[in-house]
Design a protein around this ligand. Structure first.
Ligand SMILES: *[C@@H]1O[C@H](CO)[C@@H](O)[C@H](O)[C@H]1NC(C)=O
Ligand SMILES: *[C@@H]1O[C@H](CO)[C@@H](O)[C@H](O)[C@H]1NC(C)=O
Ligand SMILES: *[C@@H]1O[C@H](CO)[C@@H](O)[C@H](O)[C@H]1NC(C)=O
Length: 471
């Protein structure tokens, strides 16, 4: 037998016995093998954690890996939320759970408690999808050669179906599906399959900085770069007259970048420079991931409240043998866990599939839809997203129920919002990156909590005296 498999089975057996001794969970038996006793270096917590595999295809031995963190308090009264990261090919556990809104953040070999964890509000299910991503695998690796949106949605549906067999108490729970970036494809596509199959109690979906429509989303990058001072007037002009970003992206993807478009792209890259995180243009960059380090530049990072190197920490953490054992995870056909897959060959033409139309179908089926934008992201900027949602509302003839206005977290503006027909919402998160909960955890948690509760975003309680003090 494969040595890793032996260890995995031993870890699984161990977790069953320990679970019997200190069973604080609402769950039982079938899911016991997946119960996490404790993650290396984690602080004490009193919520249940589970991780393991769901085989979605027995014959082809395709299995998806999940991590499930039950709600911190009263999990029985809280909804179930599935979270998906994008890429295509990036890990929801690596990014979503460990860098964004999971219960812990890796730091210096241990796990720190995340005060703004989304499992304050919900039972959080993180799924590494499709196979080939993270710890998810296909033993027949020919499968990796051409994975597309349809295959991904089908496997995700099969995953949920079987996951509910393992966690039957959650089957009747309100279900929300959330994600960001390329999950602007995964989330609506899976939601549509669920609506059609009427299998689960899907209440709503929320997607952050999502890819919804290729041309609008990618072309909005030029204006974002320009208005944030990242490119010159001349280069902005080139984007508008010579070659726009959707053309560049399309050509680059198919390996047919023309000299004209190539010139525009490289001029923009030179001006933006490699020391800017285009996923959050006001964030510092993690210098260790950008070639040579400079002591002087490194100093800048000391004042940062956000750990911009958290992805490096996560990669180190998830590659530790004892961490993988605690998670019941295995490396199948790969030698290291990576944030984004090295083995998956996703069908990149699928980026062209517009999913904004699916959002319309979902709204018509009574599913609540929240689209939000971290407003400092230049990868999928708010400019394109806001336009797309506005246009959709018009097409659906949804009247504005909350006119464009600010919303608050504590006593500061946390972003802007507009609601259409009490079912379709748009919101920005001020000062947030592509991965909004990573850079603005407090604000993102307020957004998440309001969305789940069906409440309008806080209008703010700034008293007159507080305003006076500012003046
Ligand atoms: C492996 O997967 C490929 C692609 O999905 C499929 O065509 C092939 O038949 C599979 N091979 C085996 C041995 O099942
Ligand atoms: C961008 O390029 C596409 C493809 O050539 C073109 O159809 C579109 O009009 C252009 N959009 C803008 C905003 O220039
Ligand atoms: C939307 O507003 C228009 C104009 O005020 C009104 O005629 C229409 O009935 C409204 N539609 C809905 C669905 O409320």
């Amino acid at each position: 037998m494969h040595p890793q498999l032996v260890l995995w089975l031993m870890a699984a057996a161990l977790s069953v016995t320990l679970n019997r001794i200190c069973s604080s969970s609402t769950l039982n038996t079938i899911s016991d093998a997946d119960k996490i006793v404790s993650l290396p270096g984690q602080p004490n917590v009193n919520f249940g954690q589970y991780a393991g595999y769901i085989t979605v295809d027995e014959k082809q031995e395709r299995a998806l890996f999940y991590y499930f963190a039950e709600a911190k308090a009263d999990p029985a009264s809280k909804p179930l939320v599935l979270w998906l990261n994008g890429g295509p090919g990036c890990s929801s556990i690596g990014v979503g759970a460990f860098c964004e809104h999971g219960p812990f953040k890796p730091s210096g070999g241990v796990l720190l408690k995340n005060d703004y964890s989304w499992n304050k509000e919900a039972n959080m299910l993180y799924l590494e999808s499709p196979v080939g991503v993270g710890f998810s695998y296909s033993v027949n690796n020919t499968y990796y050669n051409s994975v597309d949106d349809e295959m991904t949605a089908r496997d995700n549906l099969a995953f949920l179906h079987k996951w509910f067999k393992k966690f039957p108490v959650y089957k009747e729970r309100d279900l929300f599906i959330t994600g960001e970036s390329y999950a602007g494809h995964y989330v609506p596509q899976l939601a549509m399959l669920i609506v059609q199959s009427k299998l689960f109690k899907l209440k709503g979906i929320a997607i952050g900085n999502p890819l919804l429509e290729f041309n609008t989303d990618f072309n909005s990058r030029a204006e974002f770069f320009w208005s944030h001072g990242l490119i010159s007037d001349a280069t902005y002009e080139s984007f508008n007259t010579i070659c726009n970003y959707s053309q560049i992206r399309r050509q680059a993807q198919s390996g047919t970048l023309t000299p004209v478009c190539s010139r525009v792209a490289s001029e923009a890259s030179r001006e933006i420079s490699k020391y800017i995180d285009t996923y959050g243009v006001t964030l510092d960059v993690c210098l260790s991931t950008i070639s040579s380090q400079s002591a002087a530049l490194n100093k800048l990072q000391e004042t940062e409240k956000i750990d911009v190197c958290i992805e490096d920490e996560t990669v180190k953490y998830l590659n530790r043998k004892e961490v993988q054992e605690a998670l019941h995870a295995r490396l199948v056909g790969i030698s290291t866990w990576t944030v984004c897959s090295d083995v998956l060959r996703y069908k990149m033409q699928n980026l062209d599939i517009p999913t904004i139309t699916i959002l319309g179908e979902l709204v018509k089926s009574g599913i609540h839809v929240l689209v939000y934008s971290g407003d400092q992201d230049s990868a999928i900027p708010l400019l394109g997203t806001r336009t797309l949602v506005n246009k959709l509302a018009k097409q659906l003839e949804l009247n504005t129920t909350v006119p464009y206005r600010v919303w608050f977290e504590q006593r500061q503006v946390a972003g802007w919002t507009q609601v259409y027909g009490d079912i379709l919402s748009y919101a920005t998160v001020r000062g947030a990156s592509h991965e909004a909960p990573f850079s603005q955890p407090e604000r993102s948690l307020v957004l998440f909590s309001s969305f789940l509760g069906g409440r309008p975003l806080p209008e703010g309680l700034l008293s007159e005296s507080a305003i006076d003090k500012h003046n």
